[in-house]
Design a protein around this ligand. Structure first.
Ligand code: 5AD
Ligand code: SF4
Length: 455
């Protein structure tokens, strides 16, 4: 095809719906980058798209149901216009593999998280017969990116997970852990900085085991080493990461929070349960005491740190006493926020086979409500420490509830809604006037010499 006919050809369009975690958001940005390099333009909705794509999640049953409902819409659209292509990527696709074509015969292409690059191969092939790609190969992070916000970027440092948490489907959908070489990550961070990225979030299922599998001339690398190297990248002002595993977070990483200017004062440390008995059944390989020791070390080294967590209620066999131990840990730690989940049995996991000890649904609901109430009460108390302080906020855009205000995030990962004039992508200095469990409110202060760019 000549350049002339290429420019005259109508552009093909795609629509991509993303479900699930930050790793999926990252993978979706890469899918978008890849599609744009193939000449596809983004459509506003499913209806306006020649290619309807889903990047799926399977972590809980609710994620499956949301996806299947949305897939129904795509099916209806394809019935009216059979030339549309429907593609399903991500963890749901990986967990059911070829079965997806039996259950949903209108799906044209399916691919797991390790096969995003095969989508391009499929779209550029002569025949578009249904195809499934489910090997674990390659990092999505090596594909071109289309960033949601030009000043924030994901950096995929590893893929897969070698843990065997008994409730979790991720090891089977994302495979064994593989780290990306350190020089490649530094190069990508430098390129991002040159592109205007100021804040990067490092992504891995268990970031603390980064580098153990690397065998370059420098030998195994460590996560702390990576953090130190990234802190040296000119232009990257904030570094975040998710998620560390409590069993693997080491003192060198905790100390890095106190030492490195760009490393934010926030650690997301998934607890899952406060009962050592349940932690054992979950195969988390730490006890309640070990977890609390890590928290004490973090709070000693980084006194102002924000701690957030993930907690599952109603794991098989969880008694009222086990649950109360979870409440005690939440009260003792005083998290700045928590994601709370009801245990959901996932196909192929060890915990899904513990049917005889499943906790009744009403009990799970009641525990979840009690947990949320405590999490919010403690988070609101914790948030009061910011009232009266002037904090650095990376402006993300207009506030969601009141477009006359701005919205951004502090280094502690708190969302702030505030009166101010600073443009998205710039740092504002905001005096906090009130705080709730979820958000802070404040007013911008113009500090002489503190602004990154003159008005
Ligand atoms: N049921 C409920 N929550 C789960 N998570 C992972 N698997 C399950 C499951 N089967 C939660 C964990 C994890 C977070 C990403 O999702 O808390 O940290
Ligand atoms: Fe799942 Fe556990 Fe791996 Fe996290 S560490 S992805 S919960 S198996």
């Amino acid at each position: 095809m000549t350049a002339m006919s290429e420019s005259l050809a109508p552009r093909k369009s795609y629509h991509l719906t993303t479900f699930g975690c930050q790793m999926n958001e990252h993978d979706s940005e890469r899918m978008k980058g890849m599609l744009q390099s193939l000449g596809y333009a983004e459509a506003k909705d499913l209806e306006g798209a020649d290619l309807i794509l889903f990047n799926t999640c399977s972590i809980r049953e609710s994620a499956d149901s949301r996806f299947i409902a949305r897939l129904g819409e795509a099916k209806r659209l394809k019935k009216h216009d059979p030339a549309r292509i429907i593609g399903v990527g991500g963890c749901f696709a990986q967990s059911v593999k070829e079965e997806i074509f039996e259950r949903f015969p209108f799906v044209d292409v399916a691919f797991g998280p390790g096969q995003v690059h095969k989508l391009a191969e499929f779209l550029t092939a002569d025949s578009l017969s249904a195809q499934g790609y489910f090997e674990f190969e390659g990092f999505t992070g090596r594909l071109p990116a289309h960033r949601e916000r030009p000043f924030q970027g994901w950096l995929q440092i590893s893929v897969g997970c070698n843990c065997r948490c008994s409730y979790c489907i991720v090891p089977s959908t994302r495979g064994r852990e593989v780290s990306r070489p350190l020089p490649e990550l530094i190069g990508e961070a430098q390129a991002m900085a040159a592109d205007g990225v100021r804040e990067i979030t490092l992504l891995g299922q268990n970031v603390n085991s980064y580098g153990r599998d690397l065998r370059d001339e420098a030998g195994p690398r460590s996560f702390a080493e990576l953090l130190h190297a990234l802190d040296g990248v000119e232009g990257i002002e904030r570094i975040r990461y998710t998620s560390p595993h409590p069993k693997d977070i080491r003192e060198d990483v905790i100390r890095a929070h106190a030492q490195l200017a760009s490393l934010c004062e926030h650690i997301h440390l998934p607890l899952q349960s406060g009962s050592s008995r349940i932690l054992k059944a979950m195969r988390r390989t730490y006890t309640r005491e070990r977890y609390l020791q890590k928290v004490a070390l973090i709070q000693e080294q980084v006194p102002d740190v924000s701690l957030t967590t993930d907690i599952i209620v109603g794991f098989p066999g969880e008694t009222e006493e086990d649950f109360e131990q979870t409440l005690q840990v939440v009260d003792e730690v005083g998290y700045d926020g928590a994601f709370t989940f009801i245990f959901s049995p996932r196909r192929g996991t060890e915990a899904a086979a513990m049917g005889e000890s499943f906790v009744p649904h009403p009990v799970k609901i009641e525990r979840l409500q009690r947990l949320i109430e405590l999490v919010q009460r403690r988070a609101e108390q914790r948030a009061q420490r910011f009232v009266g302080r002037t904090v650095e906020v990376l402006v993300e855009g207009p506030s969601r509830n009141d477009p006359a205000k701005l919205r951004g995030r502090t280094r502690h990962n708190k969302v702030v809604n505030f009166d101010g004039l600073t443009a998205p992508g710039e740092m504002a200095f905001v005096q906090i006037t009130s705080a709730s469990s979820q958000t802070l409110a404040g007013e911008e202060r113009l500090l002489a010499g503190a602004r990154a760019q003159p008005c």
